[in-house]
Design a binder for this molecule. Structure first.
Ligand code: IDP
Ligand code: MG
Length: 149
């Protein structure tokens, strides 16, 4: 089953949106296989966002993402990488549709509440920044027969 890396950003934590966001992820049917609260170091932020080095928004992005605690998660489910991107909505909350996390809870691209990996490869790279392999749990849930045919 596919896995992705997702992270509630410091603004999501400060705005008390952790429960609401986790509720949406669980209600969709994705399984949480790892979750922790931590504050990113500058080094972790630079590794996480290495594809954006040199862009005008990069310094602000690193200071935003390291500004407070985040919730780091590994999620599992059918097509979860694409599905989480859909649940999150467009990068800029101004373009994100109502019903998405960024569309419902964000206003500014530099405060867009949640991160989600953009491919299976990025997901694998990102989850390794935050979790040891043994921290990713494999378990079944009784509801699975009602989520998957
Ligand atoms: P994504 O988070 O939807 O994958 P990316 O283009 O990978 O979007 O950008 C990473 C993060 O950098 C965004 O989520 C957002 O927080 C921030 N970001 C992207 N573009 C801008 C910008 O133009 N101004 C400020 N922050 C930006
Ligand atoms: Mg991205």
């Amino acid at each position: 089953m596919e896995r992705t890396y997702a992270m509630i950003k410091p603004d999501g934590v400060q705005r008390n949106l952790v429960g609401e966001i986790v509720r949406r992820i669980e209600a969709k049917g994705y399984k949480i296989v790892a979750m922790k609260m931590l504050q990113l170091t500058k080094e972790m932020a630079e590794e996480h966002y290495r594809e954006h080095v040199g862009k005008p928004f990069y310094p602000g992005l690193v200071s935003y993402i390291t500004s407070g605690p985040v919730i780091a998660m590994v999620l599992e489910g059918k097509n979860v990488v694409k599905g989480m991107r859909t649940l999150m909505g467009a990068t800029n909350p101004a373009d994100a549709l109502p019903g998405t996390i960024r569309g419902d809870f964000g206003l500014d691209v530099g405060r867009n509440v949640i991160h989600g990996a953009d491919s299976v490869e990025s997901a694998a790279r990102e989850m390794a920044i935050y979790f040891k392999p043994e921290e990713l749990l494999s378990y079944s849930k009784a509801v699975e027969g009602w989520l998957y045919e």
